[in-house]
Design a protein around this ligand. Structure first.
Ligand code: ME8
Length: 511
């Protein structure tokens, strides 16, 4: 079955969309668009995480009810992603019925298996991280990040995490690409070498959550509630076919969870163990991305230095923003977002390299060839520069089609290669100076060759770039008179004879 499932974390509604959440959502969008380009049936899920003490507190502070509060902020997330042209197929909210039913169903399965028991919890709890800390993990009475903790002693339900740790270790060792990047996989493996305690999975200190089966004094602890969204969105209770299609099977798992590095442990340890307990296959991959700083500083609400994605893209354009996110830093590493590099990148890649090539090529075709392009086969062996460009494209198209690079989020590798080839094409144009060839009636054939080769390079780079800068690529393909025909068009020589149009520069230089 040619299906593909990609998820983002579900975002807490006590914050609004910012650079970090936009980054993760856009990365998932790039992959979803890429898989659709390959012809797969894609399910791209995002959503909001709406239960828990800190949401309850945030609503109280605003003088409203948690439900009204979450309705409002969740809508704001959804609207933001729609405005950013994120092509999600589903948006799940943990306050929806379909989700609550699935959570209860899975908890019941785990209870039936004997993996959940009632015990006493005593420890330090940080509301803003929704995480427990042991005495020895605290630094000067606070979390290692300096956040407040409070002592909690209460009756909790516990999940027998320790029971599944040996199985999980074996799975991680057998499947080297289960957790990526490799450095993060190693971190998880060394965490699993430590003594793993059973997990507290319920609370009695607040009530904004899903009541525990047969004991409504307890609500289900947020992480078990939240993680289950990846399953509940596929509606396993009512639509097992849909579930199997996108979740996959043990032999052929489908789900790729993209998460920030701070929440890797929940996804790479707790979630798989819970899935094993309820008898569901594990996801195919969990990829942890790095964190952004802004102008060298940690992004924070109190510093007021977060980037608001709608305002930013209205000023600078969605595609320039999307490209920058993946062009300079590989996704497993942290990156710094600064306006100077952003502008330099946009000018170099989009205005000068790609934009200039498109303008020159289409103008010349329009003026000197009655707008006709791809009317003759391009004999790549007749010119060393074109042969090099052709060979580079062949390598890159093969790499791109394998899915290995894109599904491991090595986006910057692909982007580096595309812009390297576009540089070669610009050099080739400089060297051939088609504007001189156009003045010489005996050079018509050579002019056709140069412009067709350049147009072919633009067409192929556009197809490869289409998940990253979709609006720009649409415009280029339209001007080239090519419809977006998917993966079959991704080979040298597949451009269809057509008439080009040219218009305003596709990218203006940023000052
Ligand atoms: O963690 N750079 O929700 P959240 C990059 N509800 N990414 C960043 C970032 C930065 N500066 N700051 C935050 C939750 N992020 C849970 C998830 S999933 C079942 C439940 C990322 O709203 C961060 O790594 O706090 C995380 O992936 C997401 O934004 C924030 O999620």
């Amino acid at each position: 079955m040619n299906s593909f499932y990609i998820t983002t974390p579900i975002y807490y509604v006590n914050d609004i969309p910012h650079l970090g959440t936009a980054y993760c959502t856009i990365a998932a969008d790039v992959l979803a668009r890429y898989e659709r380009f390959l012809g797969k049936d894609v399910y791209f899920l995002t959503g909001t995480d709406e239960h828990g003490e800190k949401i309850q507190e945030a609503a109280e502070k605003k003088g409203t009810t948690p439900q009204k509060f979450t309705d409002e902020v969740s809508k704001h997330f959804r609207d933001t992603w729609e405005k950013l042209n994120i092509t999600f197929d589903d948006f799940i909210r943990t306050t929806e019925d379909r989700h609550k039913k699935t959570v209860l169903n899975l908890i019941q399965k785990s209870l039936n298996k004997g993996d959940i028991y009632l015990g006493q919890y005593e420890g330090w709890y940080c509301v803003s991280d929704e995480t427990f800390f042991t005495e020895s993990q605290l630094v000067n009475g606070k979390t290692p990040d300096g956040k407040e903790v409070k002592k909690i002693k209460e009756e909790n339900y516990f999940f027998k995490l320790s029971k599944y740790v040996p199985l999980l270790k074996e799975h991680i060792k057998k499947n080297p690409d289960f957790i990526l990047p490799e450095s993060k996989r190693n971190e998880v493996l060394s965490f699993l070498e430590e003594e793993i305690r059973d997990l507290s999975i319920s609370r009695t200190t607040f009530n904004w959550g899903i009541p525990f089966p047969k004991n409504p004094k307890h609500v289900i602890y947020v992480w078990f509630d939240a993680l289950t969204n990846y399953v509940s969105a596929l509606d396993p209770l009512n639509n097992p076919k849909k579930f199997e299609k996108f979740w996959g099977t043990e032999k052929n798992p489908k789900a790729i969870h993209l998460v920030g590095k701070d929440i890797l442990r929940f996804h790479a340890v707790y979630w798989p163990c819970f899935l094993m307990s309820v008898g569901l296959p594990l996801p195919k991959r969990i990829f942890a991305h790095g964190w952004w700083t802004i102008e060298g500083q940690k992004m924070s609400k109190s510093l007021g230095n977060t980037i608001e994605p709608i305002a930013f893209t209205e000023q600078y354009g969605q595609d320039a923003f999307r490209l920058f996110l993946f062009r300079e830093f590989s996704m497993g590493h942290d990156g710094d977002f600064n306006l100077k590099s952003f502008k330099e990148r946009s000018n170099a890649d989009l205005a000068n390299n790609l934009g200039n090539l498109v303008s020159r090529t289409l103008n010349l075709i329009d003026k000197n060839r009655e707008g006709i392009v791809f009317d003759k086969p391009i004999d790549v062996n007749s010119d060393a520069a074109v042969l090099e460009i052709y060979n580079e494209f062949n390598k890159l198209c093969d790499l791109y089609k394998t899915t290995d690079v894109m599904e491991k989020f090595e986006f910057h590798k692909i982007l580096t290669d595309v812009f390297k080839i576009l540089n070669l094409v610009n050099k080739f144009i400089e060297l051939k100076a088609p504007w001189h060839l156009a003045k010489d009636a005996t050079k018509k054939e050579e002019l056709a060759f140069v412009l067709n080769a350049s147009a072919e390079a633009i067409r192929l780079s556009s197809l490869i770039l289409s998940p990253f800068i979709p609006q720009t690529v649409n415009e280029i393909l339209k001007r080239l008179g090519q419809e977006d025909s998917g993966i079959s068009a991704l080979k040298w020589g597949a451009g269809k004879k057509s008439k080009v149009t040219h218009g305003a520069p596709i990218f203006m230089r940023l000052q």
